[in-house]
Design a protein around this ligand. Structure first.
Ligand code: MG
Length: 346
């Protein structure tokens, strides 16, 4: 590498492998249920240093780990300059956000390692402002959900998946044992009328906000729900990339950004500022994913109001460690780059 120009003097290497992560409990949301998650691990190497990236694609956005692997195989990085993030990421097709995410994270990790600073420092962020994460409780029968809640009573924020009916009884039961903050996520389950009715009913249970009450793609229906709901509305499936934000102005109270949905940290930062400029709150979320992706997500939480970065808490076999959980408080590693390392070397 030429230190002055950053031009690569040896091959910009790209290697990927698939990871299978096993869930602690079967994870059920309004539209699906799973026991394992498949993610893609990406290694980018330049001049003997390696950046780690990950992608946790889901079928909701017509992506899979296998598809992302094929997409990355077609990315031509010959003559690419790893300091020029946007130029490198432009070599991935605009609609291949899962592939873009893995590459974006690996570039950030690599750059931090080459500079000898953590990614949050590269971005000018104060790690003391990292957020507390919510702890997700998937859909199950009420007794099972109560058992999961009792195991996590020391955590200050629950995100409860709902939308398969009996949500009122479920939330009443949870509220009877838990006095912390409760957010709910309906994952597109309701019609606008059902959403208004349900949200008015559960308002007495002190719900912080409701994520994605209705099917994505209908901002005016979100506005209808928001105008009638006593509970603030945050969207996830409705807000994938930067272009999705402006049409949601006035229709929602906030957005949930996930790195694999939007294409990585660089796009996420653009989205955070756009949303704030339009008066929306921002949550940084995650899929079922290892500590690589969740550590990248955690690095951005000093910029936002809410965090839902509990992926590593939901799986039994995370091969990496990075972000630490002090109860719910996210603690960013102070090692260069993402600060992620293999768990076996811990
Ligand atoms: Mg969601």
């Amino acid at each position: 590498m030429d230190a002055m120009t950053g031009a690569p003097s040896e091959t910009f290497g790209l290697h990927h492998e698939l990871l299978t992560l096993h869930l602690r409990h079967t994870f059920t949301i309004a539209r699906s249920s799973e026991d394992i998650a498949r993610t893609l691990l990406l290694r980018v190497s330049v001049d003997g240093l390696e950046g780690l990236g990950e992608s946790s694609p889901v079928g909701r956005y017509s992506e899979s780990a296998e598809l992302v692997a094929q997409q990355l195989d077609r990315v031509n990085l010959a003559d690419a300059n790893p300091w020029h993030f946007d130029t490198v990421l432009d070599r991935v097709a605009r609609d291949q956000r899962g592939a873009m995410c893995a590459l974006d994270i690996a570039l950030h990790d690599l750059a931090g390692k080459r500079l000898g600073v953590p990614v949050y420092q590269m971005l000018g962020l104060d790690p003391a402002l990292a957020r507390q994460t919510s702890f997700t409780i998937g859909i199950a029968d009420i007794e099972t959900m109560l058992t999961k809640a009792r195991e996590a009573l020391h955590l200050p924020i629950f995100k409860v998946k709902i939308g398969k009916g009996n949500e009122i009884e479920t939330l009443e039961a949870l509220r009877s044992v838990y006095s912390g903050t409760i957010r709910v996520d309906a994952n597109e389950a309701w019609t606008p009328e059902q959403a208004v009715k349900a949200l008015r009913e559960i308002d007495r249970l002190d719900i912080e906000f409701c994520e994605q009450p209705i099917k994505a793609g209908h901002p005016e229906q979100l506005r209808f729900v928001r105008e009638r709901s006593p509970i603030p509305i945050v969207v996830d499936e409705d807000c994938r990339t930067l272009e999705d934000i402006a049409p949601l102005h006035g229709c929602v109270d906030g957005i949930n950004i996930k790195l694999v949905k939007c294409g990585g940290m660089r796009e996420a930062v653009r989205m955070i500022h756009a949303a704030h400029a339009l008066g929306m709150k921002v949550m940084i979320g995650c899929m079922i994913e290892s500590s690589i992706l969740c550590t990248a997500a955690a690095q951005l939480t000093p910029l936002v109001e809410y965090a839902d970065v509990d992926g590593p808490l939901l799986i039994t076999d995370d091969p990496y460690q990075g972000v630490a959980y002090d109860g719910a408080q996210l603690r960013l590693p102070d090692a260069p780059g993402l600060g992620v390392r293999p768990r076996s070397a811990a």
